[in-house]
Ligand binder design. Structure first.
Ligand code: GLY
Length: 399
């Protein structure tokens, strides 16, 4: 615990300054049941237009020309989030019709496992959908498919490098022979889960080693993260550190930093490795430096257009969910209260008129940024912002 005290002094100072600055912007309590009921109402507005279970929610453009979800098929990396949202809604409402929809959308993605070409996204796709379904139903078929997904994900592991090759499709197109992205941390949860649920111990070893190598290579000295680290497949040497979705190779892409906070908190929960907990804390500290007054990050902290740059509500919802978990893992009461307080402020802000979609569209949230350099999903509603928002509300309710 002593490790965290010195760190905490700086953290508490930073937090006090930023909390004082932000206190007028976000200064009330969150009514978790009210916000979960809001999510349920939005889902019920969306469902009648979502008749094909092979096509889940993906995004809604900012211009509000069409208030319904623009859907994508089961090959899209986001296909697990809509069924996952339905599972969280079922947990809240206990409504059998919502459960039936959660099952339909979850089961529709199983055929992906018959494909040969996978990426690290298998974790997002399966753990957020069938993983949530299995947690609530113990359906043995879901367990079987989750174990298959974990084994397929493990095929991307290179033992010389010590990490999963996140985007095999980019090995040739980008000359990134073995690439690991910070987002990949989230997908280790499927491997940890599988190792505890009938899968091989090797899955645990792979996940732990991946987190260790990521910890060594994906962070700058100030604990901001690189998006992509490129390795040599034969020697395992690090070749380059670059970005794909951020502003610049040396910038801090907000969602990448959020994945780091969430991912290292989860990796500590699963392994008890103190260095992972420290890394999660330091990544959170870095993310919270210069956080805007309303606690919703700009899409990238180096965008010269700040304060006019787009926000990323998804970075806030991933961070809020990760901070709630982190608050339960640190063994210092003051630090725990601090992280929980920040998560609540983020959720209060996301639940305000500025960020909730309400009658503008059927999503929960507005103002996320998907892939700015590509010009796609800028200032949009995006399904993973909604998934981590409802997850964070659920985590808060469960405390
Ligand atoms: N994992 C992809 C993204 O965060 O956009």
């Amino acid at each position: 615990m002593r490790l965290y005290i010195g760190y905490m002094n700086k953290l508490v100072l930073v937090s006090l300054i930023s909390c004082m600055a932000a206190s007028c912007a976000v200064d009330k309590k969150i009514d978790v049941d009210k916000e979960l009921a809001y999510c349920d109402a939005q889902i019920r507005k969306a469902l009648p237009n979502m008749t094909d279970p092979g096509r889940g929610a993906r995004n809604i453009a900012a211009d509000a020309s069409d208030p319904q979800w623009h859907c994508s098929d089961i090959n899209d990396w986001t296909c697990g989030f809509w069924p996952g949202i339905l599972w969280y809604d079922y947990e809240f409402t206990k409504d059998e019709e919502i459960k039936r929809q959660a099952e339909r959308f979850s089961e529709a993605i199983i055929p992906i496992l018959d494909n040969k070409n996978h990426s690290h996204d298998l974790g997002f796709m399966f753990f957020c959908s069938l993983g949530q379904g299995y947690r609530l139903t113990q359906n043995p078929e879901y367990k079987k498919q989750l174990l298959r997904a974990a084994d397929s994900l493990a095929l991307l592991y290179n033992p010389v490098v010590g990490t999963i090759n996140s985007w095999p499709g980019m090995c040739k197109t980008k000359s990134w022979p073995h690439n690991t992205i910070i987002d990949n941390m989230i997908n280790l949860e499927l491997l940890f889960w599988a190792a505890k649920n009938g899968g091989s111990q090797r899955l645990y070893d792979i996940a732990k080693r991946h987190a260790e190598v990521t910890m060594e290579n994906q962070f700058r000295d100030d604990y901001s993260t690189y998006h992509v680290v490129v390795y040599d497949t034969i020697s395992g040497n690090r070749l380059a550190r670059v970005t794909h979705q951020g502003y610049a190779d040396e910038s801090m892409w907000a969602r990448g930093q959020a994945w780091a906070v969430y991912g290292f908190a989860m990796a500590f929960r699963e392994t008890g490795e103190k260095a992972f907990l420290q890394t999660a804390c330091k990544a959170a500290d870095r993310l919270l430096e210069n956080i805007p007054e309303d606690y919703v990050p700009y899409w990238d902290y180096s965008d010269p257009d700040i304060p006019n740059a787009p926000r990323d509500a998804s970075a806030a919802s991933v961070t809020a969910s990760g901070l709630i978990e982190l608050s339960q893992l640190v063994d210092d009461a003051q630090l725990s209260e601090y992280y929980l307080g920040i998560a609540q402020k983020m959720l209060i802000s996301l639940s305000s008129e500025k960020y909730q979609s309400r009658d503008k569209n059927v999503a929960f949230l507005l103002h996320s940024t998907g892939h700015y350099p590509d010009g796609s999903e800028i200032d949009a509603s995006i399904v993973y912002a909604d998934y981590y928002y409802i997850e964070a509300l659920h985590r808060l309710k469960m405390l």
